[in-house]
Design a protein around this ligand. Structure first.
Ligand code: FES
Length: 339
């Protein structure tokens, strides 16, 4: 993960369905990312800059160019602007790929539950796993109707090429009604051993997560991708207050990219601001508690977060915190980005 700012040219706009577009970007050589990650786009909307996180549907090692897939949402300022405005040749500012919705291993079985445009990061994971891993996958893909199915032909081709490794089950509201707990549970029961990835509208994700929890799937094997719209502009310089003269500090130990740093962390400063001030390459995207790109695992001490729109109680119980929102509340804190 990195917070590098890039300016990318749109190489192609692909109309995937009536209300979903993909943007393919001319991609600099050597730009690395993981399957399931997202890009943050800076959109020069008429009403002012809008920053939005969109999942990558391209797969590292498979697709040469980055591709994000975006579906219109009612009153969605960012998504509708993209679908109405963006043309090939246009330059867009982005933050480099980020996010933690990515399998630890491509050699384990994966249970993928996607609703609507939630298939976007899942598509990236499927392509990577088929190309570079050995795991088997079940995708349960919910849509309003057949016309709404994004990547219909591509999925069919992948199943035909890898019938022993990929199964796709479509759930269409026009045929089966809205996804509900018990039927979903019966479908996924044989896959309760797999690492699960859930992405889609909130009611779908809640239903899918509940189905897995009732089957006894451990919380740390259920990965959920939630995006909320960003209120601010991550490109503007965030004013770091810096330490207040004479203020108390916390003894901080931070593990990042395989190195361990011991630092005196001023109590008034947020963890991310402090680490960036110290010249460390800590990951972030939105800096407002809405994307989890700055997620860090706390193993000693405690912090308090100003805002948290993404971590659930179970994440907090497991020790996850948002570095961009965290201030120390104990005299010693140990965190790791390498969990
Ligand atoms: S950078 Fe997005 S939640 Fe911290």
């Amino acid at each position: 993960m990195t917070s590098e700012k890039l300016r990318l040219t749109v190489a192609e706009v692909i109309q995937e369905t009536g209300d979903a577009h993909s943007l393919v970007f001319e991609t600099p050589a050597g730009l690395s990312y993981k399957p399931g990650q997202f890009l943050t786009l800076r959109l020069p909307h008429d009403d002012g800059v809008v920053a939005r996180c969109y999942s990558l549907s391209s797969a590292p090692g498979v697709d040469e160019q980055l591709k994000v897939t975006i579906k219109r949402v009612r009153d969605g300022r960012g998504s509708n602007w993209v679908c109405d405005t963006v043309l090939a040749g246009q330059e867009i500012e982005v933050l480099a790929p980020s996010g933690t919705f990515t399998p630890r291993s491509l050699d384990t079985d994966l249970l993928l539950l996607a609703g609507g445009s939630g298939v976007t990061p899942v598509m990236s994971i499927i392509k990577s796993c088929l190309a570079s891993g050995t795991g088997k996958m079940l995708l349960v893909y919910a849509n309003r109707d057949e016309q709404s199915v994004i990547f219909h032909a591509e999925l069919r081709a992948l199943v035909a090429a890898h019938p022993e490794r990929l199964v796709v089950l479509h759930w269409l509201e026009t045929v089966q009604g809205l996804p509900s707990l018990k039927p979903l549970q019966e479908i996924v029961r044989p896959w309760a051993h797999a690492e699960a990835f859930i992405c889609g509208p909130a009611p779908f994700m809640d239903c899918a997560a509940d189905a897995l929890k009732e089957l006894g799937v451990a919380r740390d094997r259920i990965h959920v991708e939630r995006f909320t719209s960003l209120a601010g502009d991550p490109w503007t310089e965030v004013e770091s207050t810096g330490p207040i003269e004479g203020e108390a500090t916390t003894g901080l130990v931070v593990e990042l990219d395989g190195a361990t740093h011991e630092l005196a962390w001023p109590k008034s400063m947020k963890l991310l601001d402090f680490l960036l001030d110290q010249g460390l390459d800590a990951p972030y995207s939105c800096r407002e508690g809405a994307c989890s790109a700055c997620g860090v695992h706390i193993t000693e001490g405690e912090v308090a977060m100003d805002n948290n729109s993404v971590l659930e109680q179970e994440d907090l119980d497991e020790g996850w915190r948002l570095a961009c929102q965290s201030r120390a509340t104990t005299d010693a804190v140990r965190v790791t980005y390498d969990a």
